[in-house]
Design a binder for this molecule. Structure first.
Ligand code: PLP
Length: 450
């Protein structure tokens, strides 16, 4: 028998939708309305792409989170994480629901003040606070969460010149069994640095030490990490009481609860894997109540939950620009929004639905945005009905981090509307115009003429 000639083997990725135990991840169900407001009417009136925020979803979610904690622990306070979504209208919904403000920069600090938040209800986090920022925050009686020793020394120096003692807490980082460990912020628990910071604060005599803070990471899929973290902060509070005879007023567990989005490459959907508010609350409050903290003087429990409170309330409406066959035979769809306004497309497989009803046939497609850049890919493989040019689509769960991290790049950023609890639609951020962008520029005289 003649030997067959050698042929180079080829590894080829199968381009059908990846199935999980529920079958193919198809997203064929149309979404025609958001909170009873027609998607096509919204696009007609406000253009495409368009960000939409559901006020009733925001309120329902924050109430649900509060209930989970308040039924398990006597004193609970939420503080809205501004960087997650700092559109003023969004912040004010949270403030109306009783949330304080959690800010990580002077820009956000000033925003919280202008939203009417009392200085004493602003938590100032982050590694970048100038001497001027620290002075203003101290005068306003805000809660200053110290991130590093240089900040501590600056604050001690300023405090000497102030009439009242600044109220401070330290940010603590620690091993919670989740890796990589977030150790670049705050003082380390295990190596004794956190305790050293407390000692320095107390011996300065110039600061009022009121709390302990941690933010262990983001999109944490294990509630048990919070149990460890809360236990470690509680032990610091107990040592503080033993050494200085005073109770800390609060323990702040930061943010990091997962939203219902699906992480890239995940086998199960985010809805199936994210712990519920009840599970997070159970882990944290168990650790506190099982600690050696004095049961008659339990500290206030602060939560700075960001993405889990706003992601599901946000939608991005968009429109198909074209369909195209790729050279390897795959089908692709180009839509009118890019990763510059949907930053979270880098780590989530966003749920994307058509607006109209189609027959049950579907195809696997690569979804690209309109930017002239190869990285502008919204989904690398998604089952969708055969969408045509000008058909509308709806991206769900985009409320967190997109409207703060978005970039103005080759196009202008779109409008944002809020649907209020009675179905009224309000523009809460206008779409940008050329004038808005060029207002910040100037052309030197010698370049006036071309
Ligand atoms: C970003 C941030 C939060 C909110 O985090 P989420 O993961 O969105 O919940 C809370 N606290 C601090 C200090 C942060 O930096």
């Amino acid at each position: 028998m003649k030997k067959l000639p050698f042929e180079r083997p080829i590894i080829k990725k199968l381009n059908v939708g990846i199935s999980n135990k529920f079958g193919l991840k198809t997203e064929l169900e149309p979404i025609t309305h958001i909170d009873n407001v027609s998607v096509s009417e919204l696009i007609k009136e406000h253009g495409s792409p368009l960000f939409v925020i559901s006020e009733s979803t925001v309120r329902r979610t924050v109430q649900e989170a509060r209930r989970a904690f308040e039924t398990r622990y006597p004193k609970v306070q939420f503080a809205w994480s501004y960087k997650t979504n700092y559109l003023d209208a969004v912040c004010r919904i949270f403030h109306q629901e009783g949330s304080w403000a959690e800010v990580v920069s002077r820009y956000e600090y000033d925003k919280a003040l202008s939203n009417g938040v009392e200085g004493a209800k602003i938590i100032f986090n982050g590694p970048d606070k100038t001497a001027e920022d620290l002075k203003i925050a101290s005068e306003n009686n805000s809660l200053i969460h110290i991130d590093h020793f240089d900040e501590l020394y600056t604050l001690i120096e300023i405090a000497g010149k102030l009439k009242k003692k600044p109220r401070v807490a330290i940010r603590v980082n620690m091993d919670t069994g989740v890796h990589p460990q977030w150790d670049r912020f705050g003082f380390n628990f295990e190596n004794g640095e956190a305790w050293e910071a407390i000692t320095k604060i107390m011996s300065s005599g110039k600061l009022e030490f009121v709390g302990l803070h941690t933010h262990i990471g983001t999109f944490m899929l294990t509630a048990s990490a919070y149990e460890k973290a809360a236990g470690k902060l509680a032990s610091l509070a107990v040592d503080f009481k033993k050494t200085y005879g005073k109770n800390v007023s609060y323990i702040d567990m930061g943010g990091g609860f997962a939203s219902h989005n699906t992480l890239k490459g995940a086998y199960l959907t985010g809805k199936d894997t994210a712990p519920s508010f009840d599970e997070y609350a159970e882990a944290i409050t168990n650790a506190l109540t099982n600690s050696k903290l004095d049961p008659d003087n339990m500290p206030l429990l602060i939560l700075e939950t960001g993405r889990a409170l706003i992601d599901e309330a946000g939608y991005l409406l968009g429109t198909v620009i074209a369909n195209k066959k790729l050279s390897d035979g795959r089908h692709s769809t180009i839509v009118n929004f890019g990763v510059n306004i949907l930053f979270t497309a880098f780590w989530y497989e966003h749920q994307i639905n058509p607006e109209k009803e189609y027959s049950q046939s579907s195809e696997t497609t690569v979804m690209y945005g309109p930017l002239c850049m190869n990285i502008d890919q919204i989904r690398d493989s998604i089952q969708l009905p055969p969408l045509k040019k000008d058909d509308n689509i709806i991206v769900s769960s985009v409320g967190a981090y997109n409207m703060t991290q978005w970039m103005q790049f080759i196009t202008l950023r779109p409008r944002v509307v809020l649907i209020d609890v009675s179905g009224g639609v309000h523009v809460i951020r206008k779409n940008e115009t050329n004038k808005d962008i060029t207002a910040l520029e100037s052309v030197p005289g010698h370049l006036a003429k071309i």
